[in-house]
Ligand binder design. Structure first.
Ligand code: F58
Length: 836
């Protein structure tokens, strides 16, 4: 790629906000020279990307500064989203869309001899999250800004985000993610706003000058939190909210203290420990209980954030009495729930509020979202670990618990069991702090993320709390941002839609409804298929480049992309592939809709069975793809390193979306929405948001199969017998026998034994129980695909009925029901003319 400047003289760009193509070109050249220190001739593509990113950053700075200035100057309520994860995806393309600058920038880039798509592709994505939960936080930040709601996102600036996945010999290999290696043009460090966080040590009581009893915390370590700010733009509005991520550093003064006492190694050790705090994101699904560093990470970012909020609040308010009127803090799962105890500590110990008053402020401030019912994912910390790291917080939690249980005792006298069930401290055996309980007691609102999930919360994990406070519980079905997941990732489809119904849908997704009548127009369906064909062709090129496999864009693209987990049942999917393979082998002339099975997803590094599922998929792929008897009819591909960037390529190209979790296990799912929004049809169980998607698109436009949640519970309670299914369903038996024979493992009959043992021995996810229903339903899918006219009709109706699943709708519901917050319009012109 050459940089096309005929005039090598670099001109001074004094207007860094200009939007004309000429100005943009000049800015690009200037940034390349002044910021990257390169001439066009020696610049790498990455240099050009950086120059472009800075050019765009310059053009959003005014929005960013004006937004924070406006929030400071008027007394609006501000939403604070506390999340240990933000899976943002690359910024450049998204910022161009939201600024409405795609076209002029594309032209400027091209006239400079560069290619915009190529530059956008170079960006390393900030993988600061594991999956759905982190991505939801990113969609919410987009919607908050688009809806012009004052908001701050607080989180952790992990130096190493989610690992990169490579596939070697069919197995997953983890590679360290080094997203910061070449610099991050989107963040600005604010060392002047650093805060100190205490860790460890002990507490002491004392009497203050007024004679009041007080507690002070004497830590044995002090860590400095440095904020790094990233602007989050709204779509075609002037709002740019702030995402503030904390990086840990050693607090120098503390080192010196030790150093002066002669404990040089102790001081260095402290420095290492402090800097390690924000080094790495923990991959999910691991046993996190014992991970001391993870608790330290959680406390660190929460304490930094609350201290920051208090500083912001006190800049304009005489006291913290109205703190909760200023900030509505949403806890994204239990990871930040130590915030309840921390805010109490700050109010009681540091700002000397009386307990009752502090508690009212705390409860009015926090609200809590639960994202899982899986028992292994419910956070709890062992008491010894907790008291060692956060001795004062444990005392505070004891006090919160005691006062809470006193209330319970009054309401339910003589009900010891209930007290034990509700206690924040689990004392049944080894003692634990139950973080979901702390979050529930400390919040005024608790929600699940889809209707079924919110209902199950009330019936299971928080049942006793629901009986106490039914009014605190509600549902907020998840959503996804149509800006990233349709406009940016699928410009062809977006343009087709806009050509018929205008662009209003981008901000008001309900307007997609206007597409419904077009489903009956043959010409539109034709255009629709044309778009899909082109997008599938793009993905086919990508597959060829990544895995050297040629796939047919006219085949049915059957896609499952998500974290690999037994409850998500990627193994059920591959069993179906083997079934189809056997069908063709047994009947070589079988006419089926040709299919390309596409998989993507990471397994937690310590999750052996999940890794074995990846190996099985790749092993099946190797056999099926190379069997001449199969030809073009089946192809199987596992694409490595599934992330936001890859998601943007794959959702638009899918014909069929696999949402096949065991009913009751997937809290909501959000990939299901992204697929459907891009015109894929869903094959799915009655789980999470699938249920609501089906309700919206119509049962006739959705492929439903499988046990329902009550049936799952019944089957398990009755003592599930996988062998019975194996013996009674010949298709299942044939598939399982083929795996066990070593057919996919070069004769090795042991390789997949652990997976088979778990399916036969202990499988709470009921794979065999749902197998036949799944295969039958897949047969219907294959038949339906043969009628392309009707398939397009169903696909169009899916898209037309996706309005509900915009994260704008979700955020509006949070804003009205939980946060009581109103939008604030940001003016671009008349801000701070005198530099105030
Ligand atoms: C996901 N949770 C749910 N957790 O599984 C999914 O159904 C839902 O749509 C999504 O949240 C958004 O509500 C999830 O992604 C994690 O990744 C945790 C990260 C920290 C460790 C434990 C898992």
């Amino acid at each position: 790629m050459a940089f096309n400047t005929t005039n090598p003289l670099i001109q001074v760009e004094d207007d860094r906000t200009g939007l004309s193509v000429e100005t943009l070109k000049r800015a690009l050249a200037d940034n390349l020279f002044y910021l990257q220190g390169k001439f066009p001739g020696i610049a790498t593509k990455h240099d050009c990307y950086m120059a472009l990113a800075y050019t765009i950053r310059d053009r959003l700075l005014q929005r960013w500064l004006n937004t924070s200035q406006t929030y400071l100057n008027c007394d609006n309520r501000v939403v604070v989203y506390l999340s240990a994860e933000y899976l943002l995806g690359p910024h450049l393309g998204n910022n161009l869309i939201n600024l409405g600058l795609w076209e002029p920038v594309k032209q400027a880039v091209e006239e400079s001899g560069l290619n915009l798509e190529e530059l956008i592709n170079i960006e390393e994505e900030p993988g600061l999250g594991n999956g759905g939960l982190g991505r939801l936080a990113a969609c919410f930040m987009d919607s908050l800004a688009t809806l012009e709601i004052p908001a701050i996102g607080y989180g952790i600036r992990y130096e190493f985000g989610i690992f990169d996945q490579e596939i070697e010999d069919g197995w997953q290999v983890e590679i360290t993610d080094k997203w910061l290696q070449l610099g991050n043009p989107w963040e600005i460090a604010r060392p002047e706003a650093a805060v100190l966080v205490k860790l460890g040590g002990h507490t002491e009581s004392y009497t203050d000058e007024k004679g009041d009893y007080r507690v002070r915390w004497i830590p044995n370590n002090l860590v400095k939190g440095i904020p790094y700010d990233t602007p989050i733009l709204g779509y075609k509005v002037s709002t740019a909210n702030n995402l503030r991520l904390w990086k840990s550093e050693a607090a120098e003064s503390f080192d010196f203290q030790r150093f002066n006492m002669g404990d040089y190694y102790g001081a260095v050790q402290n420095k290492v420990t402090s800097e390690n705090l924000t080094k790495v994101l923990y991959p999910n699904d691991e046993q996190l209980q014992g991970k001391e560093l993870r608790l330290a990470q959680q406390y660190f970012f929460v304490s930094c954030s609350l201290q920051d909020m208090i500083r912001i609040h006190l800049a304009d308010n005489p006291s913290l009495e109205n703190f909760h009127e200023h900030f509505a803090v949403q806890l994204n799962d239990t990871h930040p729930s130590i915030g309840v105890a921390e805010l109490m500590r700050l109010l009681v110990d540091e700002h000397h509020y009386e307990w009752g008053k502090a508690w009212n402020i705390t409860q009015a401030t926090f609200s809590f979202t639960n994202h899982t019912l899986l028992p292994e994912a419910l956070e709890k910390w062992s008491l010894p670990l907790f008291s060692q790291m956060l001795p004062r917080h444990l005392e505070i939690i004891y006090e919160i618990n005691q006062r809470f249980l006193d209330q319970v005792r009054i309401k339910y006298p003589n009900d010891g069991d209930r007290l034990a069930q509700l206690s924040i401290i689990d004392e049944a055996g080894e003692k634990w702090v139950r973080m979901a309980y702390l979050a529930t007691v400390g919040s005024h609102a608790i929600n699940g993320v889809a209707a079924l999930h919110s209902q199950l919360i009330k019936e299971t994990i928080l049942k006793d709390f629901y009986e106490l406070w039914p009014e605190k519980f509600s549902n907020k079905t998840n959503g996804v941002t149509p800006r990233r997941w349709l406009v940016l990732s699928n410009p062809r489809l977006s343009n087709l839609i806009s050509s018929r119904i205008g662009e209003g849908w981008i901000k008001n997704l309900d307007e997609l409804k206007q597409l419904e009548p077009f489903a009956d127009l043959a010409g539109f369906r034709q255009d629709w298929r044309q778009v899909k064909r082109e997008v599938k062709q793009d993905l086919a090129h990508y597959i060829k480049a990544q895995s050297d496999l040629v796939v047919n864009p006219d085949s049915l693209f059957d896609v499952q992309v998500k974290r690999i987990h037994e409850y998500k049942r990627q193994h059920l999917n591959i069993l179906h592939v083997i079934h189809l393979y056997l069908q063709i082998k047994n009947n070589p002339n079988l006419e089926i809709s040709p299919r390309t099975f596409i998989y993507g997803g990471k397994a937690a590094p310590g999750y052996f069975i999940a890794k074995l599922i990846i190996k099985l998929i790749n092993s099946v792929a190797e056999v099926v793809n190379n069997d001449p008897a199969i030809g073009d009819r089946l192809k199987v591909v596992f694409l490595s390193n599934y992330n936001v960037k890859f998601g943007q390529k794959v959702y638009p190209a899918a014909d069929l979306s696999e949402q096949i979790s065991t009913a009751g296990k997937e809290a909501s799912g959000t990939g299901n929405m992204k697929f459907s929004m891009n015109g894929a049809l869903t094959i799915g169980t009655l789980d999470g948001a699938n249920i609501e998607i089906r309700e919206e698109v119509g049962a006739e436009n959705f492929f439903l199969f499988g046990l329902t949640t009550p049936e799952v519970e019944k089957t398990l309670a009755a003592g599930y017998q996988p062998w019975e299914y194996y013996n009674n369903y010949p298709d299942l038996k044939a598939v399982v026998d083929l795996i066990n024979s070593g057919f996919f493992s070069h004769g090795d009959t042991e390789l997949f034994r652990p997976l088979m043992d778990s399916l036969f021995g202990h499988d709470p996810y009921l794979v065999f129980a749902d197998f036949q229903a799944y295969v039958d339903c897949q047969h219907q899918v294959g038949e339906a695909y043969k009628d392309q006219e009707n398939w397009s009709r169903m696909a169009i109706l899916n898209v037309a009925r996706m309005g509900k699943f915009s994260s704008d709708r979700t955020i509006r519901e949070y804003a009205e029901d939980i946060w009581a917050i109103k939008p604030v319009v940001i003016e671009l012109e008349d801000l701070c003319p005198d530099g105030q």
